[in-house]
Design a binder for this molecule. Structure first.
Ligand code: ZN
Length: 392
């Protein structure tokens, strides 16, 4: 079933034709006009009520098609998740950093939702995974402790935000340093951000520029002047992904997407606890107490796929809600059957050209494939496809 998917025009999205989301929207639904100045941030593929996908034939909601015949999800899925697709699949095109955030565990999500249902809108966890489509940058997980300690010593503005941070225990040190930064009054933070920007603009040595993360800090400060999140650069790994590389964000792991286009898959939830680069509420107590404080080098954050067959890599996170296959079919391949999935899946073509039965496969075309159903295709040019399915 071919799907018609909607977009979100959040202001952090890439504008006009720069955006993969816009490119996909235009190529899959040519009647759409792409506006030069409009941000095209996210394409949503799934049943989330905010932007639910429709089945093209018959123009009905995918959710209704599933409710009419839940067997399309696969028996394992309905047994575990009921009549619901447990994941949401997206394309993101990011021009400006998203807020620094972490997502609660299932247990914590239940507690937060019970206490503050207006802020934490559902009781579910939200593991998520991003696979780069273009060069992609993110902040992800805590830096090695020795790096954090070096910054706490060497960056005077950061030092000025520390209060009562004296401990021999590395875990406690990072935790109390984060708490100290986030608890400072807004004016004090703004003053220290200004001092920092002034000072680093005068640094000449390339080595020192690199140590002080000058380029990233200047970029973030232009996007979010005076924001406390700018200091998080000294705590979190700055990760650069090449197309096809991925990060997986487990529960309670701090992260922020900075720029680039990616495929994203997540469990169905909206639970976010923020830590900066945002005008929204920062729930400092919840955030500081929930984070995992695992300090690792950035290369440990890259999430590697397994080989499934000649054309298919699969990214399988340690949760049942979703997995994503990355499929590359060489041009001029005839009648190739993709690996059959035990669950329903959603396919999105991200580059190339081909056909499946009498349907055209071009970038941005999205398909819902019922459980255990074969999907055969032929390629004219090299085809790249991402397929999200349930990881059970
Ligand atoms: Zn997130």
């Amino acid at each position: 079933m071919e799907l018609i998917c909607g977009v979100q025009n959040y202001e952090w999205g890439k504008r006009g034709k720069e955006s993969k989301v816009a490119e996909f929207l235009k190529s899959a639904q040519p009647k759409n006009k792409i506006e030069k100045e409009t941000p095209y941030a996210e394409l949503w593929m799934g049943c989330h009520p905010s932007v639910p996908s429709k089945v093209k034939q018959g123009n009905q909601l995918l959710q209704n098609v599933i409710i009419k015949d839940p067997s399309v999800l696969g028996k394992n899925v309905t047994d575990k998740f009921g009549n619901q697709l447990p994941f949401l699949f997206k394309i993101l095109s990011i021009n400006k950093a998203l807020s620094i955030q972490a997502h609660p565990s299932k247990k914590l999500a239940e507690e937060l939702h019970a206490k503050q249902p207006d802020i934490y809108k559902d009781p579910n966890y939200k593991p998520e995974m991003a696979i780069a489509l273009t060069p992609f940058e993110a902040l992800c997980g805590f830096r090695p402790v020795c790096e954090i300690k070096a910054f706490l010593q060497a960056v005077p503005e950061l030092k000025n935000l520390m209060q009562d941070v004296n401990t021999d225990d590395d875990f406690q040190l990072v935790k109390s340093a984060i708490r100290s930064v986030l608890q400072q009054p807004k004016e004090k933070v703004e003053e220290e951000v200004n001092n920092l920007i002034d000072r680093i603009s005068k640094i000449k040595s390339e080595h020192q520029k690199c140590f002080e993360n000058v380029e990233l800090i200047q970029r973030l400060s232009k996007q979010f002047p005076g924001d406390v999140g700018i200091f998080m650069v000294y705590f979190l790994n700055h990760i650069k992904l090449n197309p096809g590389e991925a990060i997986y964000l487990a529960e309670c792991e701090p992260h922020a997407y900075l720029c680039g286009d990616c495929v994203e898959c997540m469990a169905c939830s909206d639970n976010v606890v923020r830590a900066g680069l945002t005008p929204k509420l920062i729930d400092v107590d919840t955030l500081v107490s929930m984070l995992t404080y695992q300090c690792t080098p950035p290369e440990d954050k890259i999430f590697w796929p397994c080989v499934e067959d000649t054309y298919t890599y699969v990214f399988q996170p340690p949760v049942p809600d979703f997995a994503v296959a990355h499929i590359k079919i060489p041009g001029q391949t005839n009648q190739h059957a993709l690996i059959k999935r035990k669950s329903a899946s959603i396919l999105v073509v991200t580059s190339g050209k081909g056909t499946s039965e009498n349907r055209e496969l071009v970038p941005g075309r999205v398909f819902f494939v019922p459980a255990e159903q074969e999907f055969k295709l032929s390629s004219e040019e090299d085809l790249e496809i991402f397929q999200a399915f349930v990881n059970i």
